[in-house]
Design a protein around this ligand. Structure first.
Ligand code: TRP
Length: 334
C-alpha cells in the first residue's frame, strides 16, 4: 500500500519534471521561431561603429521588425557596437553566436563579415551592405545559397555624376577619399572611377588606412583636385567633421554619398534613404524568424536615390544652384 503511494508520487513527480523541464527544452527551438507572444525571439545585432547613417539604419531595423509583429514585448535584441574596432568585431560576433540568438544582423560590411566568419549555419541578415558579392558574403544576389541574405545599398553613382556636372560644371579633376580597410568602398571607387572617366573627368584616388590619416590626406588632396567625392564609407562617415575641417581654407566642393555627410558640410549628393534600408532589413529578419531560409531569399537591392543639396554650403562656396536642380531635390538643407 505504502509502496504504491510512493511509486505514485514518484510517477507524478516524473510527469511534472517532464512537463516543466524536458518538454519546454525540446520545444525551445520552435517556440523561438514563433511570434505568438508566448516566448520572446532573440535577435543579435552587430553595428560596426556609431555614425548618424548607421544609427538611423538600426532605428529602421527596430521599426521594420515591429511592423512585422515583433515589437518590444515580443523580441529581445542583443545590440553590440564594435566602435570601429576590428578586434571587437571578431569577439562580439562570437558572443552573439554563443548567446543563442535566433537571427543575427550585421550593420555595415565589416560587421557582417565578422558574423559570417563566426557561424556557417545561424541565419545572418545583412544590414545595408554595399557589395555583398565583392565582400564575399553571398555567392549570388538572387540565390544566396548559404546562411546569409539581406539588404544592399548600391550607390547611385550615375545620378551623383550628373549632379556634380550640374552644380560644378567647371570641375575637371575629382579626388576620391576612401578607406582601404572596407570592401564596400573598393567596389564603389572602381565603379565611380570608370563612370567618371567615361564622363570626361580625371579621377585621383586618395585612400586612408584609418581615421587618423584623414586630416593630412585631405590637406594634400585639396591642393591637387577641383572637387572631392566620398563613397558610402564607414571610416570617412565616422570622422566626416575632420574632412570638413581640413577643407576649411581650400573650400573645395565635397560630394559625399549619404545625407548625414551632406548635412555635416557636403555640397550635395544623390542618396539611398537610410531609414528605408533599416526597415527593409528588419522586415527581412522577421521573415527569417518566421522560418524562411536565407539560402533562397534574394538580396534586396536599393539603388534609386533622391538628391540632397546643402544650400548653406553652396552659398559659402559661391555656387548658385540651378532652379531645375532645386525643384527636383528630395531635400534642401537651408
Ligand atoms: N553600406 C555600408 C557598408 O557596406 C554601410 C553604410 C550604410 C554606410 N549607410 C552608410 C557607410 C552611410 C557610410 C555612410 O559597410
Amino acid at each position: 500500500m505504502k509502496n504504491k503511494r510512493v511509486l505514485g508520487m514518484i510517477g507524478a513527480l516524473l510527469a511534472i519534471i517532464l512537463v516543466a523541464v524536458v518538454y519546454p527544452m525540446l520545444n525551445n527551438k520552435n517556440d523561438a521561431n514563433k511570434a505568438d507572444g508566448t516566448k520572446k525571439v532573440k535577435v543579435g545585432v552587430l553595428q560596426l561603429v556609431s555614425h548618424p547613417s548607421l544609427d538611423e539604419i538600426y532605428k529602421g531595423i527596430q521599426d521594420g521588425l515591429a511592423e512585422e509583429g515583433y515589437d518590444k514585448d515580443k523580441i529581445e535584441i542583443e545590440f553590440l557596437n564594435a566602435e570601429g574596432d576590428q578586434n571587437k568585431v571578431a569577439t562580439m560576433s562570437k558572443q552573439l553566436v554563443q548567446n543563442n540568438n535566433d537571427v543575427l544582423i550585421g550593420i555595415a560590411t565589416p560587421s557582417a563579415q565578422g558574423l559570417a566568419s563566426a557561424t556557417k549555419d545561424k541565419p545572418i541578415v545583412m544590414g545595408a551592405i554595399t557589395d555583398p558579392v565583392g565582400a564575399n558574403l553571398v555567392k549570388d544576389l538572387k540565390k544566396p545559397g548559404g546562411n546569409i541574405t539581406g539588404v544592399s545599398d548600391h550607390n547611385p553613382t550615375e545620378q551623383q555624376l550628373k549632379l556634380i556636372k550640374e552644380l560644378t560644371p567647371n570641375v575637371k579633376t575629382i579626388g576620391v577619399l576612401y578607406s582601404t580597410s572596407e570592401d564596400n568602398s573598393k567596389s564603389q571607387v572602381e565603379e565611380f572611377t570608370k563612370l567618371a572617366e567615361k564622363a570626361g573627368y580625371k579621377v585621383v584616388p586618395y585612400s586612408v588606412p584609418s581615421t587618423n590619416e584623414i586630416a593630412s590626406t585631405v590637406s594634400v588632396m585639396t591642393g591637387k583636385v577641383d572637387a572631392i567625392w566620398v563613397p558610402i564609407d564607414n571610416t570617412i562617415a565616422s570622422a566626416f567633421s575632420t574632412v570638413v575641417e581640413a577643407n576649411k581654407t581650400a573650400k573645395k566642393p565635397i560630394f559625399p554619398s549619404a545625407t548625414a555627410m551632406v548635412e555635416a558640410g557636403g555640397l550635395g549628393s544623390v542618396v539611398v534613404d537610410q531609414h528605408d534600408l533599416g526597415v527593409a532589413t528588419g522586415k527581412m529578419a522577421a521573415k527569417i524568424l518566421k522560418g524562411q531560409k536565407p539560402a533562397d531569399t534574394p538580396v534586396e537591392i536599393f539603388t534609386d536615390g533622391k538628391s540632397v543639396i546643402n544650400k548653406k554650403v553652396a552659398e559659402e562656396l559661391g555656387i548658385t544652384i540651378p532652379e531645375s536642380v532645386l525643384k527636383e531635390a528630395g531635400q534642401v538643407i537651408e
